[in-house]
Design a protein around this ligand. Structure first.
Ligand code: PBG
Length: 294
């Protein structure tokens, strides 16, 4: 299980995310504690999402050497050297318009975004990231990142591709957590149509061809068929992202006394595993690790 963490600027900050009880936007100085907790709970990795101070039209904060994710990566590698740091690589949090790529008019300029992805990957690897995880669903991003990493002396740094990522309503709470909702329109020109299963296999095949070392299906619960098909077809290390909405639904129902949280969370996780996930990104990572070790 991999624990997602949200990082913001400031000092001594631990701002609760209202739609995800138990999760916070941490300032960098608060990360060492949670990183050590993750390590002590036996988690192998965390994945970082940054909330920059300033957003602009070229996502400058994503590839700044003193960027929020870069600083967070250094802090965590220092505090818990054996904990792997996965860096989410996307621009929605860094763009003033909240879309995952460069805009030309109202449309995404896929290819102009690739240069930014390449820069960001090199910058994250330089900061010490162990695994780069592009989530923007731009075509060609895995190839662009692979060559930037290789050219920068990071030939050994693997890519976890968010290969089959659907345009999902289950990302709702995340957009509050990461302050990243699009200012207009939606993400359906680059994320996938929930009704389409075959396209997922084509998307994964492209990412594998471009050099993805691990592939991800996202969300998890509503896409277990896709997950099983991806694992069967490609046989690569396969991740599933049990997204913010999946967490929030169980949390909210349990806080109302309508569902047994522990049983429902573990049943969800085991079903994702059963469908073929080798590892799961989940907001229940810490709690589930504790439940499983009791
Ligand atoms: C960035 C990104 C998103 C999530 C992970 N990376 C949001 C989105 O695509 O809108 C969602 C994660 C979650 O809901 O937990 N593109």
């Amino acid at each position: 299980m991999v624990l997602p963490l949200f990082v913001r600027s400031g000092k001594g900050e631990r701002r609760p995310i209202s739609s995800m009880p138990g999760h916070y936007q941490y300032s960098v100085d608060q990360l060492s504690k949670v990183a050590r907790e993750a390590e002590a709970a036996g988690l192998p990795a965390v994945i970082l999402f940054g909330i920059p101070d300033k957003k602009d039209a070229k996502a400058s904060g994503a590839y700044a050497s003193a960027g929020i994710v870069q600083a967070a990566t250094r802090e965590i590698k220092d505090a818990a050297p054996d904990l792997l740091v996965v860096t989410d690589l996307c621009f929605c949090e860094y763009m003033d318009h909240g879309h995952c790529g460069v805009l030309k008019g109202q449309a995404i300029d896929n290819d102009a975004t690739l240069a930014l992805a390449a820069k960001t990957a090199a910058s994250q690897a330089n900061a010490g990231a162990d695994i780069i995880a592009p989530s923007g669903m731009m075509d060609g991003q895995v190839a662009a990142i692979r060559s930037a990493l290789d050219a920068g002396g990071f030939g050994g740094t693997p890519i976890l591709a968010y290969a089959a990522k659907y345009a999902s309503a289950f990302y709702g709470p995340f957009r509050e957590a990461a302050e990243s909702p699009p200012k207009f329109g939606d993400r359906s020109s680059y994320q996938m149509d929930p009704a389409n299963a075959r396209e997922a296999l084509r998307e994964v095949a492209l990412d594998v061809e471009e050099g993805a070392d691990m592939v991800m299906v996202k969300p998890a619960l509503a896409y277990l068929d896709v997950l099983a098909a991806v694992k069967a077809r490609f046989g690569l290390p396969t991740a599933a992202y049990s997204v913010s909405g999946e967490f929030a639904m169980i949390k909210a129902a349990s806080e109302n006394g309508w569902i047994d949280e522990r049983k429902a969370a573990l049943e969800s996780l085991v079903s994702i595993k059963r469908a073929g996930a080798d590892f799961i990104l989940t907001y229940y990572a810490l709690e589930a690790a504790r439940w499983l070790s009791e």
